[in-house]
Design a protein around this ligand. Structure first.
Ligand code: ADP
Ligand code: MG
Length: 331
């Protein structure tokens, strides 16, 4: 078997619109069993890329392969899509008047009823929805419907699960559970998952690898921690974290030795210290973040942000000594 389950070579797709749209010259491979996060702002081409992989969108150029075999486009087959892949979008595509069990079981053939029943039961248990099996979809919450949609997508020996903004309908608590479940089910079953989101928190937690998309182009790919700590572009750092970006003038005013146009750092790279020193910042505001606080600091007219783990240590209008422990330069 091929080591790569999906391979994308020089994929381009331009919609018939005046503005630039779609995706441009994208190439990457996906390892079997990996969870890949595709992150980018709205309109960056994430859904276009996902639909091309599934065979719903016809590429203008390039080649897409599944297990080394070309993926057929929508004009090349009667029913667009790939039988070993399943896509879950925000609308879930469930039969809302049917029961949970029947929605999932409907994906399996009737040639072996015992196996159909066992597989459906197993998938409901994996996604913790077996207690809902006799409920109709209309009786479920958004988060529960999401689980049913994922169970339905995975039950028929699916080897690649494509998820387009899967957490957008779900509140924060359920989102955490669902993310953890997807990661666990992927590890248990060996399924390959491609997850698209504009919210980096979704992908960062789950993914073995992230692809950063901007205006249809693939900017950077790599392990989440690597690209977070070594972003090739300012955009990557801004979409993955809450990065502070200063121009050269501002950086010099803070006493940073810089040679490039832009200086970038994350709030957690700023070190706060007690004691008095000439490099003092004023605390302009304190943002509550749960177990920590974010401080908005100002010195010589330059504003930065810093993390304060020790809540309440520095308050609004206090003065605090801060130094930027690590920063990156970009032109
Ligand atoms: P994302 O999922 O990252 O928000 P999309 O892949 O949906 O981005 O869209 C990428 C770009 O292509 C956007 O500029 C969007 O307006 C354009 N686009 C997407 N689908 C179509 C379409 N069917 N017709 C014309 N333009 C489209
Ligand atoms: Mg989209």
């Amino acid at each position: 078997m091929e080591d790569h389950i999906i391979s994308v070579k020089n994929l381009s797709k331009q919609y018939q619109t005046a503005q630039a749209s779609g995706v441009k010259n994208i190439s990457f491979d996906i390892k079997r069993g990996h969870i890949v996060g595709i992150i980018g702002e709205s309109g960056s081409g994430k859904s276009t890329l996902l639909k091309s992989i599934y065979g719903l969108v016809k590429a203008d150029e390039g080649e897409l392969q599944f297990n080394g075999k070309r993926i057929l486009g929508p004009d090349e087959q009667l029913i667009p899509g790939h039988k070993e892949m399943k896509m879950v979008t925000q609308d879930f595509s469930l039969n809302i008047y049917a029961k949970v069990y029947d929605n999932i079981a409907s994906m399996l053939s009737n040639t072996n009823l015992k196996s159909k029943q066992e597989k459906t039961q197993e998938m409901m248990e994996r996604l913790h929805i077996d207690h809902l099996k006799d409920k109709k979809i209309t009786e479920l919450s958004g988060g529960e419907q999401q689980r049913v949609a994922i169970a339905k997508a995975m039950v028929s020996d699916t080897s690649v699960l494509l998820l387009d903004e899967p957490f957008s309908q779900v509140d924060a608590l359920l989102k955490n559970q669902l993310r953890a479940d997807i990661k666990r089910v992927a590890a248990e079953t060996g399924i390959t998952v491609i997850l698209v989101s504009h919210d980096p928190a979704d992908g960062l937690f789950l993914a073995d690898e992230l692809l950063i998309l901007r205006q249809g182009e693939l900017l950077q790919r790599g392990a989440p921690a690597d690209i977070y700590n070594h972003p090739d572009h300012i955009y990557t750092a801004q979409i993955l974290g809450n990065a502070v970006v200063l121009n050269a003038d501002e950086a010099l005013k803070l006493g940073l030795t810089v040679t490039q146009k832009h200086t970038l750092f994350y709030p957690e790279w700023v070190e706060l210290k007690g004691g008095w020193n000439s490099r003092r910042f004023q605390v302009l505001d304190v943002y509550y973040k749960g177990f920590y606080e974010e401080l908005l600091l100002e010195r010589n007219g330059v504003k930065i942000r810093a993390i304060q783990l020790n809540r309440g240590a520095h308050k609004k209008n206090d003065h605090v000594q801060a130094s930027v422990g690590r920063f990156l330069g970009y032109d």
